[in-house]
Design a protein around this ligand. Structure first.
Ligand SMILES: Cc1cc2nc3c(=O)[nH]c(=O)nc-3n(C[C@H](O)[C@H](O)[C@H](O)COP(=O)(O)OP(=O)(O)OC[C@H]3O[C@@H](n4cnc5c(N)ncnc54)[C@H](O)[C@@H]3O)c2cc1C
Ligand SMILES: NC(=O)c1ccc[n+]([C@@H]2O[C@H](COP(=O)([O-])OP(=O)(O)OC[C@H]3O[C@@H](n4cnc5c(N)ncnc54)[C@H](O)[C@@H]3O)[C@@H](O)[C@H]2O)c1
Length: 452
């Protein structure tokens, strides 16, 4: 039995905790049985955005015609696009791994951890214990129980990164963030893509008009089927995969070379056997935490995807800072998600922060303002006929409650709203800064003034 001051499971956001613990001179163990760096680096944000960047360029070239630039894409080297991403990821994770292995300030266990009791982990065939524990154990793809799925060679966000030949056709189950981002990527590369979403709209957590515009825009490039449930799956006689679906009550048969499952995530808490430490989980298996990110077991914190709250890398890092302050520095900080943003890197891009209009109306008197890209000078220069920014204000105070953008560079345009919301600011805070003309930032000031 080896004793530590701190044990951390997971080398994604867990690395932030590690840094705080080591800087504080604590005897620290880090455990991860996957590639160092976690989901974002290895199979999530980084590889997907390395792939989506060239996909965006393809769309730019295709759309250049409307500006009077006639051009043609003569070749897309799919294998080299996949390799570029894989090489960057590999170099980065080997770098992280080497630093962890070399460090004398910590012990790095590349093995699976499971609780034995409140303070003790079994890691491979070793036992280690600590009073202070951080669970940054993340999530993995949720594989729905569709009859026949185990008979076919389906892809996930992990295995698709091994592809070096572009599938001629692809069915994607799930119209959430993973589904729409990869639908954009594979269609841009040249696949014939069918996206299936069982709910009434794709990206269902976004504003309804954002889901609608994304659906409208994607439907020009691929087949999007909402209210479509995969009923069964089997190998196709011609090779590939057959998917039987129920679409608005009717049965249909779809065939494609490949099938991608993008039906959500599931917690890794089961792999940790958290019940042996008496740690409570919610109905989906995510680890329950309080406002200080501490579980019901004192001294055990859960951050990032492990707690299932806002499953984004930047939020995981924000949570790590709060949990490190509380557990390591003895503070009592509260995690605040008020201005936690996210972006979806599809085409068009989506970005959002704060409340949706529907949620805001349940609690506040609101006024809503919207500016289309076409209504600002740069949007006009871009001949951007679609896309908008929407701002939701509290009527009495002018405080910003939410901001939502769909269109080019949405992920950048939203940042001003995030910064103002983080200070609980409103109309005056946006208006105080002079906005560059003609730039996309004019979307926000105009939407704010429209709302006000
Ligand atoms: C395809 C895809 C694209 C995404 N794109 C974005 C994006 O653009 N922007 C964004 O903000 N977010 C994005 N996300 C979400 C983001 O990747 C996650 O929110 C983030 O990686 C969570 O980090 P984490 O540290 O909580 O967990 P992880 O990074 O998942 O780390 C958990 C680690 O714990 C290890 N582990 C788990 N259980 C055990 C155990 N019992 N023993 C030992 N080790 C264990 C795992 O091996 C893993 O390395 C994306 C996700 C996916 C799937
Ligand atoms: N850009 C980003 O920040 C980014 C990108 C990708 C993923 N992520 C993170 O990863 C999480 C997981 O993404 P995701 O897209 O896998 O999950 P998700 O939960 O966002 O979406 C899954 C979708 O699949 C649908 N679905 C589930 N089962 C189905 C079935 N049998 N048939 C048809 N549709 C089905 C659901 O209705 C849902 O809309 C996100 O919530 C986000 O936190 C972030």
């Amino acid at each position: 039995m080896k004793e530590y001051d701190v044990i951390i499971v997971g080398s994604g956001a867990g690395l932030d905790i590690l840094e705080a613990a080591v800087e504080h001179g604590l005897k620290t163990a880090l455990i991860d049985d996957g590639p160092a760096g976690g989901t974002c680096l290895n199979v999530g944000c980084i590889p997907s955005k390395m792939l989506i960047f060239p996909a965006d360029r393809v769309l730019e070239v295709r759309e250049a015609a409307r500006l009077g630039i006639a051009t043609e894409i003569t070749q897309i080297d799919f294998a080299s696009i996949m390799d570029r991403s894989a090489h960057l990821v590999e170099a980065e994770h080997l770098n992280v791994e080497e630093q962890l292995r070399k460090s004398r300030a910590l012990d790095f266990y590349q093995d699976t951890a499971e609780f034995v009791d409140r303070n003790t982990f079994k890691v491979g065939n070793r036992m280690i214990k600590a009073n202070l524990i951080y669970l940054a154990s993340g999530s993995r793809p949720l594989i729905p129980s569709i009859p026949g799925l185990d008979q076919v060679d389906y892809l996930t966000n992990e295995s698709l990164l091994q592809l070096r030949e572009l599938p001629k056709s692809l069915i994607i189950i799930g119209g959430g963030y993973v589904g729409v981002e990869y639908a954009h990527f594979f269609q841009a590369m040249g696949s014939e893509v069918t996206l299936l979403e069982m709910g009434p709209r794709i990206v269902p957590s976004e504003e309804p008009e954002i889901s609608e515009l994304l659906l409208f825009s994607m439907s020009r490039r691929l087949t999007v089927r909402t209210e479509s449930v995969a009923v069964s799956v089997r190998p196709a006689a011609t090779g590939g995969v057959t998917v039987e679906i129920k679409h608005k009550g009717k049965n249909e048969t779809l065939v494609a070379e490949k099938l991608l499952i993008a039906a959500g995530r599931r917690s890794n808490a089961d792999r940790l056997k958290v019940e042996k430490a008496g740690i409570k989980t919610d109905s989906k298996g995510y680890i329950k935490v309080n406002a200080h990110l501490e579980t019901n077991a004192k001294g055990i914190y859960a951050i990032g995807d492990a707690n299932g709250r806002e499953m984004f890398t930047h939020t995981s890092h924000a949570e790590a800072a709060v949990a490190a302050a509380n557990g390591i520095h003895g503070q009592k900080k509260t995690m605040n998600y008020w201005a936690a943003p996210h972006a979806v890197f599809t085409h068009p891009q989506i970005a959002s922060v704060g409340l949706t209009e529907h949620v805001a109306r349940q609690k506040y008197n609101v006024s809503v303002g919207r500016t289309d890209y076409a209504d600002i000078a740069l949007g006009g220069a871009m001949m951007q006929q679609e896309g908008f920014a929407k701002i939701i204000l509290e009527q009495e105070t002018g405080k910003i409650l939410g901001g939502h953008v769909i269109g080019p560079w949405a992920s950048v345009v939203i940042q001003e709203v995030v910064n103002v919301m983080a200070r609980r600011g409103g109309v005056e805070d946006i208006g105080r800064g002079i906005h560059i003309h003609p730039a996309l930032s004019e979307l926000i000031i105009k939407a704010v003034y429209n709302a006000a």
